[in-house]
Design a protein around this ligand. Sequence first.
Ligand code: F6R
Length: 257
Amino acid sequence: MMTADAAPIPLVDCTPSEGARAVAAEIAALVRARRAAGRGVVLGLATGRTPLGIYAELARLHREEGLDFANVTTFNLDEYLGLRADHPQSYRRYMRERVWRPLGMSLEQGWIPAGEIAPSQVDAHCREYERAIAEAGGIDLQLLGIGRNGHIGFNEPGSPRDSRTRRVELDALTREDAARDFGSLEAVPRHAITVGVATILSARRIRVLAFGESKREVLERTLSRPVGPEVPATFLRGHPDVRLFTDLASAHGKAAR
Ligand code: F6R
């Protein structure tokens, strides 16, 4: 039995557009194969800048090649707490505008934690989210970006391996990185709901993307630091079907194409 520390993450050395096309092609193949078998697909999706190229390519495949997402259910990683659903920075709005609508999906096919939920309802909502993922059959393919502090979803440094969907306090660096989009640091919410590390690791396939100099240091830490909560992305080492698409691979001499 392989230990988590022993298993490196296979790297795919690629440009952002090559990575987007490769991951979109993998998703398209999965959707088509399941459709042919009369079955559904469950995707775990991320927001942020990193997956935008994948979503644009999937939208192109839908428009130009008739790729049909009717058999797809999506579950998002996270949502800010305290934002209206139509707030320009809410992840629900991102999903409506960048994913569900362009892919021709109905809103019932897409799940995302509720950012407007009352504080007293948050725990029940998080349990319900986990139950919905399980009832859908679990996540077939999880897309991930990595935050500069090593977060996956909003599992900030300190998040344990066995964590599940829950309310979290956002890390200072996460809020700082979001301030550009929100217009100021004060406008960035202090809390969010995120699926847990264990929820992410339960996905059957995980495809991570990290591009550009701003991710070099965290990529280095993800690949070389001891596996543990200090850098939550290190928990991906040891997953049986994880791949990391990056243009920083040559720096680590571990590129696989
Ligand atoms: C987004 C999410 C985050 C981002 C990460 C990288 O739903 O869960 O973990 O994937 O912060 O963000 P970008 O892609 O904007 O660099």
